[in-house]
Design a protein around this ligand. Structure first.
Ligand SMILES: Cc1cc2nc3c(=O)[nH]c(=O)nc-3n(C[C@H](O)[C@H](O)[C@H](O)COP(=O)(O)OP(=O)(O)OC[C@H]3O[C@@H](n4cnc5c(N)ncnc54)[C@H](O)[C@@H]3O)c2cc1C
Length: 399
């Protein structure tokens, strides 16, 4: 492949794209607005469908050196702590899907991708390079950065996240929507939390208007804790969470105790959650009026994190995009069109399910009673999602 790509954004999607396109021999120039390559200090669940992509890129060995491999997902009632349902992960998921569930510190995954990309001589990386202007011609795309630099290539990939400048250039559509939900994130030394949370498992507590997720990362050194809530008007404008305005009284004692550990040490960081309505057509990932530009990851389909799939979908996008490019005979507009057509419905389905999970997770009585009863009856059948975890990005394109 001789094609040259510009990639706006060096998050998990942008670095993944640099790696996948670099590995098939393309020339790649990555432009990142920040002064350093970095990720937020929080955890990430990597489900088998995303693990498969990382494995295909040759990262499985290094992943095992940094990831945790949970044996179980347990869902509990946030008011009583009662176990509502569980999904066996570990070897069972590995046997079912071919790849495991993993939990990681984001910086570890980002670092792995960066390290792999740096080994490719055909990929160049630029920081302090905020894409601010895009100029298209028949055969090329030129990008100008805020610092006044100019880069030209055969095509541009917008992997520039929720507030994507590339998306604005393509469609000029409305800004992402504020959901009114907030995620409070903390990383605690594992030795500070109760013994039952020191095991390799993911625990979710569901309560009216909130849910909490906890799982170990960094090979069991830290516990990643996320408290998601709705209508948190008490918290408006506050960047750190203090015990005084934390937590409805109704949460179970053990859950409150866990959340207080983080509050006492003021470890919380606040993350207001935005999304977009599910993608309605392939034009939201590739607009034929701009034939040398494609979008991926949060730039194309931001979603609530309630299915733990935003990064997974970015990785799946990248895999499909690289495959389409490889099979396109260097016809990049055709490759982008094929990519968008192969991906938009999958992304729409995942966005939809993520929003639905918000309603189910945060249900109040009597709906929560029905949810709890269904989980008790159906257990794994409800929590396992073969359509999601068993998805294999196509290996052969059909042009
Ligand atoms: C609380 C929470 C928990 C989550 N948990 C999970 C999980 O468990 N599993 C999962 O799969 N997903 C999870 N997600 C979703 C996941 O974090 C995102 O979907 C994913 O990080 C998106 O990656 P991206 O590369 O598309 O975008 P980003 O990570 O947003 O990267 C975009 C990059 O582009 C850069 N950029 C922006 N504008 C410009 C510009 N104009 N020029 C140059 N660079 C630019 C940014 O600086 C950034 O580096 C979670 C999200 C949240 C909020």
């Amino acid at each position: 492949m001789t094609a040259h790509f510009l990639i706006a954004g060096a998050g998990i999607g942008g670095l993944g794209a640099a790696l996948a396109l670099g590995q098939i021999g393309c020339q790649v120039t990555v432009l990142e607005q920040s002064a350093v390559f970095s990720e937020v200090g929080a955890g990430l669940q990597i489900s088998p469908n995303a693990y498969k992509v990382l494995n295909d890129w040759g990262l499985a060995d290094v992943l095992t050196q940094t990831a945790n491999f949970p044996q179980m997902l347990q869902v509990r009632d946030g008011l009583t702590d009662k176990l509502l349902g569980q999904l066996t992960q570990g070897a069972t998921a590995q046997a079912r899907y071919g790849y495991p569930f993993a939990t990681l510190h984001r910086a570890d995954l980002h670092g792995l991708l960066l390290q792999a990309v740096r080994q490719l001589s055909n990929v160049s990386l630029h920081v302090s390079a905020k894409v601010s202007e895009i100029i298209e011609s028949n055969q090329q795309v030129t990008v100008k950065t805020e610092a006044g630099e100019s880069f030209t290539a055969d095509a541009l990939i917008g992997a520039d996240g929720l507030w994507s400048h590339v998306r604005q250039h393509l469609s000029g559509d409305a800004a992402p929507r504020a959901t009114g939900h907030t995620a409070w994130r903390a990383l605690l030394p594992l030795s500070d939390v109760p013994p039952e949370l020191q095991q390799d498992k993911v625990t979710a507590w569901l309560a009216p208007d909130s849910h909490t997720i906890a799982y170990p990362v960094q090979q069991g050194k830290m516990l990643n804790l996320v408290y998601c809530c709705e209508n948190d008007s008490n918290f408006k404008g506050k960047k750190t969470l203090q015990p005084a305005y934390l937590l409805p009284e109704q949460l179970s004692k053990s859950l409150k105790n866990l959340l207080k550990i983080a509050s006492n040490t003021q470890l919380w960081t606040r993350w207001d959650l935005f999304d977009r309505p599910p993608i309605a057509s392939s034009a939201e990932m590739f607009n034929p009026a701009h034939p040398r530009i494609a979008l991926l990851g949060d730039a194309a389909h931001p979603m609530l994190p309630y299915l733990a799939q935003g990064a997974a979908m970015a990785l799946e996008d990248v895999q499909a995009l690289a495959m389409s490019v490889q099979n396109s005979g260097e016809n990049l507009p055709a490759a982008f069109q094929h990519y968008a057509q192969s991906r938009w419905q999958r992304n729409a389905a995942v966005q939809t399910r993520a929003s639905q999970n918000g309603v189910i997770f945060h249900a109040k009585p009597p709906v929560s009673w029905a949810r709890n009863a269904a989980m008790g009856l159906l257990g794994e059948k409800l929590l396992d999602m073969p359509w999601l975890y068993g998805y294999a990005t196509p290996v052969k394109s059909t042009f």
